[in-house]
Design a protein around this ligand. Sequence first.
Ligand SMILES: [Zn+2]
Length: 259
Amino acid sequence: MCGLKVNQNVLTKQLRVKRILLDQLKTLYEEAYRYFDPRREPPPVEVRFYPYVGINHTIRARDGRIYVRVGDICSEMPLACHRGLAYILVGKLLRKRIPPGAREVYNAYIRSEPVREAAAESKRTRGTKVVTTSKGTVYDLDEIFGRLNVAYFGGVIERPTLTWSQRRTYRILGHHDAVHDHITISRSLDSMDVPRFVVEYVLFHEMLHIAHPTRHVNGRRYNHTAAFRRDEKRFSHYAQAEKWIEQNVRRLKRQARRR
Ligand SMILES: [Zn+2]
């Protein structure tokens, strides 16, 4: 088992902004809870954005906590509308009458032309997506992603589609497709011969591409900036992973040719 150190956050400016937004949302849900149930302290609330298709949000209570998933479509929604949504969702959870003002302010945003268009578009594109497999024979990318996200990124990276590649590629071990929000990891790494920290490291690298989006300077694209490389070294097994890849990828390639 590979021990991930929790205090090595890779929080870029973009992620910090998101962290602040999520904290603000949390406060709104606590406020809504107090409105409906003023005698009790609100339970701990966790708010996340989630890639739902169309306009969709969920709220549920479990083990004394409240979990809120706000649809991606509202990631740019003004705070006032988020406040309306918080009253709607918490009201539903507690089966209380929702104040009309809450619906009004939220609906004004949801019924606006750009949001309706974006919702229709998300249904068109996400409805037709190929079924993908994040669960390999040995490693589960979803599970690894979740752990890396908490350990290094404060849990704020939205889960992209994670898949093992169809073919066993050796030259490219991982790929992040920003347009389709998709990370592909080479199936050659889904093997008992490959240490877990190597798979983690390759996925970590691709997650860094989300944390450090491509920069365009004078018509040139920069993917692996100095800041990217600096954060890459924060991986707990950085040196071992680099060394393993250097020593073993050639070996894997040779084995593949012989097969
Ligand atoms: Zn890269």
